[in-house]
Design a protein around this ligand. Structure first.
Ligand SMILES: [Fe+2]
Length: 210
């Protein structure tokens, strides 16, 4: 038995108005700093409003990722399952996260449209089975064996969190569009790539034809 302790410290720190205009054609950013985002996003667009709210949490520091998704029922806009962001991986991005390391990061996330992010509310010791599969899959399986009432983030709500806060994307319950953003600050080795991305993926069950 391997127990890992998780204690939620995340908070909803702002609520901005939900989207009222089309964001389907907004650019998507990858590890983009404030200056790059603001010089490449349309003034008054939904992505600009979201970016301003997220960078406000970190005093303009850090880098922004955004994604625009078209979703159908059952599709997921991120790799599914409970996890924490930016847990230290000593072997690089493709190595496994090392649970039990000190909390780090100063992060903010929010979205407009459909398909909420969920944040866990329970302080808990999860029994991570000692099997040779990826850590977050084991964490997610352990979460399925426990009880809890996660908070469902509403469109326009801005959550401030760090690498100790368990959260998950959800499977879309309907058909529609979503723009999601997250600023990551406080991670010394996090580079600013200042990229605009023109591709995005959704994660689907093999039976999810439409
Ligand atoms: Fe995440």
């Amino acid at each position: 038995m391997t127990l890992f302790h998780f204690k939620p410290q995340w908070q909803i720190v702002n609520q901005i108005a939900a989207a009222t205009t089309d964001f389907r054609y907004d650019p998507m950013f990858f590890h983009a700093d404030y200056e790059f985002v603001m010089s490449n996003v349309e003034a008054g667009s939904e992505t600009q409003r979201l970016a301003e709210a997220l960078f406000a949490v970190t005093d303009g520091k850090g880098v922004l990722d955004t994604r625009v998704h078209m979703l159908k029922p059952g599709w997921c806009p991120a790799i599914g399952g409970w996890h924490c962001d930016e847990v230290f991986r000593s072997g690089g991005q493709d190595s496994q996260p090392e649970l039990g390391m000190p909390r780090r990061g100063d992060m903010a996330t929010g979205y407009f449209g459909i398909c909420p992010t969920l944040f866990d509310n329970e302080e808990r010791d999860l029994d991570i089975l000692d099997v040779p599969t990826p850590i977050w899959g084991r964490v997610s399986a352990a979460m399925e064996r426990t009880r809890g009432s996660p908070t469902i983030l509403m469109p326009g709500q801005i959550a401030h969190f760090d690498s100790g806060d368990l959260h998950t994307a959800s499977q879309s319950s309907g058909a529609g569009w979503r723009v999601w953003g997250r600023v990551i600050a406080g991670i010394p080795e996090m580079p600013a790539f200042n990229e605009i991305r023109r591709q995005v993926q959704a994660y689907v069950d093999l039976s999810a034809g439409w």
